[in-house]
Design a protein around this ligand. Structure first.
Ligand SMILES: Nc1ncnc2c1ncn2[C@@H]1O[C@H](COP(=O)(O)OP(=O)(O)OP(=O)(O)O)[C@@H](O)[C@H]1O
Ligand SMILES: [Mg+2]
Length: 467
């Protein structure tokens, strides 16, 4: 079956072919006929299985050839939980939208609203948004959802979580009844029922794999160790070839770990909600480019974020629940690639980790280790360890030349780069270069760079913690 066989317009499938995407994944093959036909669809497919195109293709195909959006009234809306995910969806959408002559505007907080307002005013056809800022702009009269024909919730179960649900509901209420709705996630559970009942009409459910179907090429391990060995073991894993994503439970934990890893010679950047959007964007860019080979993140990076060739995910703190385990782990072993997932477990976490992996349907290999010299580490993360003195040093941010407000990302999507393959050497080399270019070990700033952000908030609005 090709995309064209499933009903995808040839102009769009040709674009995918140019990127080497020729055979639909199971979730794409299952959902496309219904979504292209205009039905409401609930789609569950495991992490890294191509859900983004599963909703972007029908989105563009169904808007194709229709009337252009009028000022402030988009024809389609995609909601996602984090700014990074919105930016990433935009990267996938842009070529398809361009081919179809459609315009796209991202809407999220942490950056100036003026470019977003301008884009909406110019008549953006598709709005990709985090709920908080979109509500802000609607309340200011800059956006109006009354012409939305298609609404998509990516990470739909998360968008139905307590932190997002009220805003998501208010937004959906502003879209016309009977419009098409597509809900996607790797873990679509009963949490979405309230949204389904209120906003979907005779939805078709497609589950490309069972709720607990682990990603085939994902290898799960638990390392049982003492608290003192946690950092040395992390340093060993993070300095092995390839990209590593380390998850910490708290923002402070992520920040501290990034600092410690850098100090120990593992080039790392952090990603969590305490950073300015500028720092978040720069840190993701450093991870994408290979200048930093480790990303230390809170669950803000657990959902949807795709970086090519992440070889290893480490749960430095075990996640709070099994869904978080699946999403965090899913940052590796994507699109058919292999990957390793390691949970570091202290004595007092044994019970929790057991319950967690059982609920996630995973049977990890548990190894008790006494430190970084244990042979299992070289097996799980093979290859020469590369230490970079001082770790990752962020290149200083150049003040924007000319007019103020004309900054780098201009308040639209955080810039991002596709990485042409990983290559342990490329990554290590880039890290070395970054280290050498800096002032030589500033004690490892964690790549935080720039100062605090100027937060602009709508009055009385409290933004969900992950957004
Ligand atoms: N049909 C396809 N063939 C090959 N690669 C594909 C195909 N569709 C998508 N991909 C690629 O697979 C990768 C993962 O896709 P995507 O991010 O959409 O996964 P996902 O299912 O949304 O995962 P998550 O649950 O983590 O959000 C991307 O790099 C994407 O370009
Ligand atoms: Mg996704």
């Amino acid at each position: 079956m090709s995309f064209t066989d499933l009903g995808v317009p040839a102009r769009l499938s040709t674009l995918l072919e140019q990127q080497g995407i020729t055979t639909p994944t199971p979730i794409q093959a299952a959902t496309l006929p219904d979504s292209l036909a205009g039905r409401d669809v609930l789609g569950r497919g495991r992490t890294g299985s191509g859900k983004t195109y599963a909703f972007l293709l029908p989105l563009v195909a169904r808007l194709l050839g229709g009337p252009r959006a009028t000022s402030r009234k988009p024809r389609a809306l995609v909601l996602a939980p984090t700014r990074e995910l919105v930016a990433q969806i935009k990267d996938s959408l842009d070529p398809l939208a361009k081919e179809a002559g459609l315009t796209v505007q991202t809407v999220f907080g942490g950056v100036g609203q003026n470019p977003q307002v301008q884009g909406l005013r110019n008549g953006a056809d598709i709005v990709l948004a985090c709920p908080g800022r979109l509500e802000d702009l609607i309340s200011q009269g800059h956006a109006d959802l009354s012409a939305v024909e298609i609404t998509i919730l990516d990470e739909a179960d998360h968008m139905a979580d307590l932190g997002f649900l009220p805003a998501v509901r208010r937004l959906l209420q502003k879209t016309p009844r009977g419009g098409q709705r597509l809900l996607f996630s790797a873990t679509l559970d009963q949490g979405i029922d309230v949204l389904v009942k209120q906003f979907l009409v005779k939805p078709v459910t497609h589950e490309a794999d069972s709720a607990q179907s682990p990603v085939a090429a994902m290898d799960h391990h638990v390392l049982h160790l003492s608290r003192e060995q946690r950092l040395p073991v992390l340093v060993d894993l993070a300095t092995a070839p390839g990209r590593t994503v380390v998850f910490a439970r708290t923002k402070h934990g992520a920040k501290a770990l990034a600092r410690q890893l850098n100090k120990a010679g593992a080039p790392a950047v952090e990603l969590h909600g305490n950073l300015s959007q500028g720092a978040r964007t720069r840190n993701m860019e450093a991870f994408h480019s290979g200048a930093a080979t480790t990303l230390v993140a809170t669950d803000i990076a657990a959902r949807g974020i795709h970086v090519d060739d992440v070889a290893l995910v480490v749960h430095a703190d075990p996640p709070a629940e099994h869904k978080a385990y699946l999403h965090r782990s899913g940052r590796t072993a994507r699109a058919g690639a292999a990957g390793t997932v390691i949970t570091l477990m202290l004595d007092d976490q044994v019970k929790d980790v057991r319950a967690l992996t059982r609920a996630a349907g995973i049977k990890p290999t548990v190894t008790r280790i006494d430190g970084p010299r244990h042979p299992v580490l070289a097996r799980l993360a093979p290859g020469q360890r590369t230490l970079v003195e001082g770790g990752y040093v962020a290149t200083p941010v150049q003040p924007a030349a000319g007019r103020s407000g004309g900054g780098r990302s201009g308040g639209s999507a955080p810039a991002r780069r596709r990485t042409p393959g990983r290559g342990a050497h490329g990554a290590a080399g880039a890290a070395g270069a970054a280290g050498a270019a800096g002032p030589g070990g500033s004690g490892g700033s964690g790549g935080n760079g720039g100062g605090r952000s100027r937060r602009r908030r709508g009055r009385g609005y409290s933004r969900p913690s992950t957004e």
